[in-house]
Design a protein around this ligand. Structure first.
Ligand code: 4AD
Length: 456
């Protein structure tokens, strides 16, 4: 169907006075004595295009006034009274009619209500803005790394080794539920891969393999976690950006994370002014200023040990008590970012017991060279580390955790053959979107959220 995007109609003053054809879904319609008006949206912009129907003209328009109907309109683009553009319709054809039971009849629906219809909610202003931001950020992330000589690699989604070791892997199996097996070994050896397999919680281990060949790499794909956490910031399937840098220690990992976040937010503010104004007006007042402020200052940095001290001295009544050695909960992370630093802050050097086996062991024998980036409103959006590059130390850490070394032989080989200091991080893409839009539930920044008890 040859037509002009509504975004182009708004952005091309030279179209005024000429005939254009547009397609879209009817957002609102008004029918008065001599004229009828349709607000049309085709998804290419947040703005709705006004279609003016002069009833004196022979236009068959009645069926086109129903909300949700998809229509094609040809008419003259003219300047509207507000100085914008509208279309004086000459012909209208209904592409797909829409009955009255169309659920998006009201102007504003709650996000909870819209979650019950992921297949339709994209047609609301909120989701139009969220998904434009998502798309622009994705491109900005690719551009950031591509401009800096990183190779984009696609790491496997099905894996035989657990990266984070937190027991959160979804199992991949073709064994039916009626099949009987003598024991666990029998079960797995008769399965599709002949051994236990799962969906990857992170592309990092394979990302390290690639970085040890290509120097600097990044992945951008889904990770899967069978975490039983029903929170506003956890998904069972989320999109994960994971750069891995050879010949780099923790400070370079931190520098890269800060530079990447600032660069992609700058791009977002430049490319999505309408969407950001929408979020400022409807989700978080002042969000544009807050992001401008964020990218014009250095992020904070504090060690875990100092952070624990700050939390203990805070006088706050936290739900989860704070002691050196505890994992930081969202309430602690938000206190550090929102009350102490009032900006994004890196927390470094966590106790080795609460972090993964692969992190570089610090000389103190107690902590590892880990880093998390905490932001106001959300908490952790990035987790990363320098990796343990020493074969013996890595093996010792794995043995401490009773890990099966055979499953990680490729990974260990990297420490045998020309090992180098290296590190990287993982950015939760949806968490970044929550942060930059002010949308407070992760289920509202992904097309189809997968959470405990929820898949469709
Ligand atoms: O801190 P995590 O677990 O780190 C890793 O997976 C490392 N392998 C990354 C690396 O160094 N290459 O996860 C990284 C980020 C978190 O900071 C968070 O933003 C996001 O991934 N994340 C989730 N996002 C949504 N739902 C979940 N269930 C998430 N789990 C982690």
């Amino acid at each position: 169907m040859k037509h002009t995007d509504i975004k182009e109609v708004f952005g091309s003053p030279e179209l005024i006075g000429s005939e254009v054809t547009v397609c879209g879904w009817v957002r609102t319609a008004r029918n008065s004595k001599n004229v009828a008006f349709i607000e049309l949206n085709d998804g290419t912009t947040l703005k709705h295009l006004q279609i003016v129907i002069d009833k004196a003209m022979e236009i068959d328009y009645e069926d086109a006034l129903r909300l949700g109907t998809s229509i094609c309109v040809t008419g003259k683009a003219v300047e509207s009274r507000q100085g914008s553009v509208e279309i004086n319709a000459e012909s209208i054809s209904v592409i797909g009619s829409c009955p009255l039971e169309y659920p998006l009849q009201k102007k504003r629906h709650t996000l909870e209500f819209l979650r019950t219809m992921p297949h339709l909610r994209g047609r609301t202003n909120t989701f139009n803005a969220v998904f434009r931001v998502r798309s622009v950020l994705a491109e900005a992330i690719h551009t950031y790394f591509q401009n800096k000589n990183y190779v984009y690699v696609n790491t496997p989604l099905i894996t035989g080794s657990d990266c984070e070791g937190a027991g959160e892997m979804f199992q991949v199996t073709t064994n039916g539920y009626t099949t009987k097996f003598d024991n666990e070994e029998d079960y797995y050896s008769n399965d599709f891969f002949g051994r236990r397999a799962g969906l990857s919680v992170s592309g990092q281990l394979e990302g390290e393999v690639a970085a040890m060949a290509f120097g600097k790499i990044y992945t951008f794909g889904p990770s899967f976690r069978a975490e039983n956490s029903n929170t506003p910031k956890h998904l069972a399937e989320f999109w994960h950006v994971e750069p891995e840098i050879a010949f780099a220690e923790l400070p370079e990992v931190i520098e890269t994370a800060e530079d990447m976040i600032k660069t992609v937010i700058r791009t977002l503010l430049d490319k999505c002014p309408d969407e950001m104004k929408f979020f400022d007006a409807h989700f978080e007042n002042g969000i544009i200023d807050r992001l401008e402020e964020l990218i014009s200052h250095n992020f904070g940095i504090v060690t875990y040990t100092e952070a624990i001290k700050l939390l203990k001295e805070s006088g706050e009544n936290f739900q989860y008590p704070v002691e050196w050695g505890c994992d930081l909960q969202t309430e602690h992370e938000r206190y550090i970012a929102e009350k102490v630093f009032k900006k994004a802050v890196f927390v470094t050097d966590y106790p080795k017991e609460i972090k993964s086996f692969y992190m570089k062991q610090n000389p103190d024998g107690k902590t590892v060279a880990a880093v998390d980036l905490l932001v106001p409103g959300v908490g952790e959006i990035i987790g990363g580390s320098e990796r343990e590059a020493n074969y013996d130390k890595l093996v010792a850490a794995m043995k401490d955790r009773n890990m099966n070394l055979d499953l990680y032989s490729d990974y260990l080989d990297l420490r045998k053959y020309g090992s180098v200091p290296h590190g990287g991080f993982g950015l939760g893409f949806e968490r970044l979107i929550m942060y930059v839009t002010g949308v407070s539930n992760i289920r509202d920044v992904i097309l189809y959220p997968r959470t405990v008890g929820n898949v469709r």
